[in-house]
Design a protein around this ligand. Structure first.
Ligand code: CUA
Length: 341
């Protein structure tokens, strides 16, 4: 009997520790976006709902475990003098309250809060002064500013403190747009446009990711939201609308010729140059971007060289073919791409 009790207690403590490990697993490092660290109004409402649900869930959990422990520890004579029908009659109110009324109450509260949060997320003025269109591709994000008529990739700039309308679409399969610190997830569905309002309270860089399995490199489909003070954002917007500057340095000029010759221009667009492909990201201001390969590597000469020579070593299965270049040609190509500011 004593041994059994010890085993029960050991199991109970073990279960608690295991649960604790799960919670520790949720803690984040500096680079992992955290939905519980909201930096925008939509994310704040969602985090609020999360805490309410955690609170209510914990309450139910503690009550159920408490009753279970009470039942296990309760001393009861081996043969009960009360008849079975008497026991069943006595437990009826308990079943009615604990099994019907209480769960219904909890579900109604959660449902009410959820409806209120959903209403808040949609309750934005229909003001499309600043509109961003995001198109999901396997495995990168096309980012269009239709009113300003330019396109970029994997990097969304917005003015801090202002809601920006983001329209979501997909060119192939279903993806899901999720910048946890700014907003909840929303799917990108081929043939259907979904809309959300993205807002960051403060200037900063907020990571986002694809949250719907979309193929072998789903995990390497990241993006950044760069929130800037209004003025800085306007400057960025103006600069992006410019066509690419023709390179002045001879090496970069050589790189530009190569870019057209070896096939890059078949898939990539560089506005102002003879490159109008639309299979891959627009590279007009590529050197301005912080990452390459949809957020998987910093945009540095070394990673760029790796990406050009063998894009599949960084991201297996992506449609960009490897480019066979000599060392001198690679240097020229890098010089050209880095001139695209
Ligand atoms: Cu796109 Cu997962």
């Amino acid at each position: 009997m004593i041994t059994n009790k010890l085993i029960d207690k050991g199991f109970f403590i073990g279960a608690l520790l295991f649960w604790g490990l799960f919670i520790v697993g949720c803690s984040t490092t500096a680079v992992t976006p955290n939905a519980l660290n909201p930096q925008g109004s939509a994310a704040a409402r969602i985090a609020e709902l999360w805490w309410i649900m955690l609170g209510l869930g914990s309450l139910v959990y503690l009550m159920v475990v408490g009753l279970l422990v009470f039942g296990l520890w309760r001393k009861r004579p081996l043969s009960s003098p009360t008849s079975a029908s008497h026991t069943s009659r006595r437990s009826r109110p308990f079943i009615l309250i604990g099994g019907v009324l209480f769960p219904a109450l909890i579900l109604i509260i959660v449902f009410g809060f959820t409806l209120s949060v959903l209403a808040d997320l949609n309750d934005m003025a229909e003001d499309d002064r600043l509109l961003v269109e995001v198109v999901g591709h396997q495995w990168w994000w096309e980012v269009n500013y239709p009113h300003q008529q330019f396109s970029t990739a994997n990097e969304i700039h917005i003015p801090a403190g202002e809601p920006v309308q983001v329209k979501l679409n997909s060119a192939d399969v279903i993806h899901s747009f999720w910048a946890p610190e700014l907003h909840g997830k929303l799917d990108l569905i081929p043939g259907k446009t979904n809309t959300l309002w993205l807002e960051a309270d403060e200037p900063g860089i907020y990571w986002g990711l694809c949250a719907e399995f979309c193929g072998i490199q789903h995990a390497k489909m990241l993006f950044v939201v760069v929130a800037e003070p209004r003025e800085q954002f306007e400057d960025w917007l103006m600069a992006q609308q410019e066509t690419a500057v023709s390179p002045q340095a001879p090496l970069a000029q050589q790189g530009q010729t190569l870019f057209m010759e070896v096939g890059c221009a078949e898939c990539h667009r560089v506005r102002g140059a003879q490159a109008a492909g639309d299979l891959g990201p627009d590279l007009t201001h590529f050197a301005d971007r912080q990452t390459l390969g949809a957020g998987i590597a910093p945009n540095t000469p070394d990673t760029l060289a790796d990406w050009i020579i063998n894009p599949h070593s960084l991201k297996e299965g992506n449609i960009m073919p490897a480019t066979d270049l000599s060392e001198a040609e690679l240097a020229a190509m890098l010089a050209y791409l880095q001139s695209l500011k």
